[in-house]
Design a binder for this molecule. Structure first.
Ligand code: ADP
Ligand code: MG
Length: 726
């Protein structure tokens, strides 16, 4: 066995689990390192506390002198938690998080002290010339700044006070994922609050809520380190499927392996301190695949918490000698990972707008938000698809365990029946009998219906699950800000239109408000029928049917991303105040470029491994076979073939696979060279359609060789070892 592979396996077999003690209740740990409401009330003046609260609730500006007060309290609190540094914590367009640490420490007149004031709290200037900006800033004018987002509380992680911030250029354009999300959440708040007033005048704020479910793989660090592909690209570019994969379904919800459980407990402990309300943990379908889910939160906070979690997972996994893989498809042949985004809208009066209520009026409110959501997804399905596009998620969408690249909405048979009935509501004024019937027999029945609305369609990319919608096509590696920005923006736009139409019917057709609502909903139900699909989303029949219905089916990222810069998308974002044209186009450019770069890296790594690891090993084994055949010939003379059949056959097969690898790698490199001369869309298209197709062909030959070559010689840790040794 190659030394690397042998040593890696030895290392894993000798590992001792890192035992994690839990001495305190989680409820007592929760939020201990967060400058949350409780901590603020304790450490801040009433005035300063109130101004932060107002900023959170109403978006009011915090005065400079107040910011100074807040900064001092925040610093004292952070020092008491052992912090030495502070950082503005932000989410640049790389999708990861970024931080630049500055010490509180300052010198003065021969002395030293810890100092932190309002200006440092509110704004910081990271030298940000190396962050992707899609041409918004020229590098010689690399000035952007980060600005405090008081709606997401500061926290101490390790010895650093982290202050969640947005990252914007001096010209005002957003350079990050958070700023557009905040604007989208503002838009949906305004639009949804206005609609809520039809039903309850007391509603003054609507929050989008998000509960994500993070899937991931854990691989031992020693094994991962023995695989250059996993280290460089986050996935195995080659490797033959093991005899035993997930076919026995013995991993899903199975007992969690001890080493993994220790990692999870350690991780959850960190999450508790950081105020990330993690709740659920379990084994997933594939071997070594797991899931973690929190209690849902306001969407901006939930997005921050997911980014923070991914960061913390990497750090904690190192302690436990695991490498965590967020890639959507690290191993061919077994399930990939996603990040379901459970989404709803909730009022400041404590009502979940996607949860049916006890009275017909509350149910009409539910139906209003329910139908408007479906209509918005119908109108912007292609943009939703674009919002979840990435090189790594392309492997998953449309593969047999994940939602297809076609966006559709699943609502269950019973709610489908309700919508079918509403579709037949009379146009214009309703008779008193019809009104009573509607309220009692159709709308009034909903709560009972939902209790047993358990037929969950796991193949739907956007499913209603009782009191929320679940966007399931989001990739496990993704920053939820992208899809959440799109979803909340299209809902905002839809709700504004809805209100205009209802008001118009009330004003011009003299309809009662509830009649007008029924009338508009009826039209929406009709108009959005095509997006509703209750069948098997994985089937080929659905692809055909979806095509007939005119739904998009953009299978690759370069294709899908086009919807982001369509006229329709740009005017949507501009109209809702979420992004201007420059910001939209910049993001598109960055995403296309990231796509090409990822495929380029994979292509280089694959070429290297195939040529430098696989071929030399195959030749080495072939030489042994040749020696063997020569020896047989010496012993048996001309009769030798009888004894050397198998070997000669293998020698030939090995040669042909080597030739296959060589010629395909050569061709792939040629295509790369051509692609590199192209820019933007053409560059991405070339990587997608010309370079990437060679991956499977090269892999085919390598994986065949893996089955032929002596296991003792094979240099790369095999699937069966990666997935089953711990
Ligand atoms: P699963 O889909 O795995 O069966 P659940 O449906 O129980 O699990 O919940 C999944 C996630 O949905 C959890 O993170 C939960 O917090 C979240 N969730 C529940 N209600 C809401 C809501 N109103 N808004 C957003 N997320 C929610
Ligand atoms: Mg779920």
């Amino acid at each position: 066995m190659s030394v690397l592979r042998f040593n890696a396996l030895q290392e894993v077999l000798n590992r001792k689990p890192l035992i994690v003690e839990e001495n305190e209740r989680r409820s007592e740990l929760f939020g201990r390192n967060v400058f949350n409401e409780q901590a603020m009330r304790q450490h801040m003046t009433k005035e300063a506390y109130q101004s932060v609260m107002d900023a959170i609730e109403f978006g009011t500006k915090i005065e400079r002198t107040t910011a100074d007060q807040i900064a001092v309290s925040m610093k004292d609190w952070a020092l008491s938690k052992g912090a030495t540094h502070y950082t503005h914590w932000f989410q640049p367009l790389t999708g990861a998080t970024a931080e630049k640490h500055d010490a509180f420490f300052e010198t003065f007149d021969g002395g030293a002290m810890e100092k932190f004031d309002g200006s440092q709290l509110v704004q910081q200037e990271p030298d940000a010339s190396s962050f992707p900006n899609g041409g918004i800033r020229n590098t010689f004018e690399a000035r952007g700044y980060t600005a405090w987002d008081p709606t997401s509380p500061a926290f101490v992680y390790g010895t650093t006070l982290c202050i969640p911030t947005v990252f914007v250029a001096y010209t005002g354009e957003a350079l990050d994922n958070k700023a557009p999300l905040l604007r989208a959440l503002q838009a949906v708040d305004t639009a949804a609050t206005a609609v809520c007033k039809y039903f309850d005048k007391n509603v003054s704020k609507v929050n989008a809520t998000l509960g994500w479910e993070q899937e991931y793989f854990l691989i031992d660090t020693a094994l991962a380190a023995s695989r250059p592909d996993i280290m460089m690209t986050g996935r195995a570019l080659l490797g033959h499927a093991p005899a035993k994969g997930q076919q026995l379904d013995d991993h899903y919800f199975g007992s969690i392996p001890t080493r993994v459980l220790n990692f999870m407990r350690d991780l959850e402990h960190e999450c508790m301190l950081l105020g990330v309300p993690v709740k659920t943990r379990h084994n997933e379908v594939a071997p070594n695949q797991f899931e973690l889910a929190p209690i849902f939160e306001e969407a901006n906070l939930a997005v921050d918490h997911n980014s923070l979690l991914m960061d913390v997972m990497e750090k904690v996994s190192q302690r436990h000698k695991f490498k965590v893989l967020f890639h959507e498809k690290p191993f061919a042949g077994i399930n990939g990972s996603g990040k379901h985004n459970n989404w709803s809208l909730s009022t400041n009066t404590g009502v979940n707008l996607l949860s049916p209520g006890k009275t017909p009026m509350k149910n009409l409110q539910f139906l209003t938000f329910f139908v408007n959501t479906i209509k918005a997804v119908h109108d912007y399905e292609e943009l939703i698809r674009a919002s979840i596009a990435s090189a790594s998620n392309d492997h998953r969408l449309g593969a047999n365990e994940a939602p297809p690249a076609i966006i559709s909405v699943f609502i269950g048979t019973q709610l489908s029946e309700v919508l079918d009935e509403l579709e037949n509501v009379t146009k214009g004024k309703l008779s008193p009998e019809e009104k009573t019937d509607l309220k009692l027999n159709i709308v009034g029945k909903i709560p009972e219906i939902l209790l047993d609305n358990t037929d969950r369609n796991r193949t739907s990319p956007f499913a209603f699950t009782g009191n929320k919608f679940e966007l399931r096509a989001v990739g496990s590696w993704a920053n939820c800000a992208g899809p959440m920005t799109v979803l909340n923006t299209i809902i905002a736009k839809q709700l504004i239109e809805f209100k205009e139409e209802v008001d118009k019917l009330v004003d011009t057709k003299n309809l009662k408000k509830d009649e007008a609502v029924f009338n508009v909903l009826r039209e929406y139900i009709k108009a959005s029928k095509n997006i509703r699909f209750e069948g098997d989303g994985y089937g080929e029949a659905w692809e055909k049917e979806a095509k007939k219905r005119g739904l998009s089916n953009n299978k690759t990222t370069p294709e899908a991303l086009k919807a982001k810069i369509s006229k329709k998308a740009i005017s949507l974002f501009e109209e809702m105040g979420v992004m201007n044209k420059v910001e939209v186009e910049a993001r598109h450019e960055i995403e296309l470029e990231e796509y090409s770069k990822r495929i380029q890296i994979e292509s280089r790594v694959l070429g290297d491994i195939a040529r430098n690891h696989v071929i030399p090993t195959a030749i080495q084994y072939q030489n042994t076979l040749i020696e063997n055949v020569k020896g047989l010939k010496e012993i048996f003379g001309n009769n030798f073939e009888k004894y050397a059949n198998e070997q000669i056959d293998l020698i030939q097969k090995i040669s042909s696979h080597i030739a296959g690898i060589n010629s395909k790698v050569e061709l792939m490199i040629e295509e790369r060279k051509k692609a590199n001369k192209l820019e933007g869309q053409k560059n991405a298209d070339a990587y997608c359609n010309k370079v990437k197709p060679y991956f499977d062909e090269i892999r085919y030959h390598c994986d065949k060789l893996e089955l032929m070559v002596d296991d003792n010689l094979w240099p790369l840790t095999k699937y069966r070892e990666l997935l089953f040794t711990r």
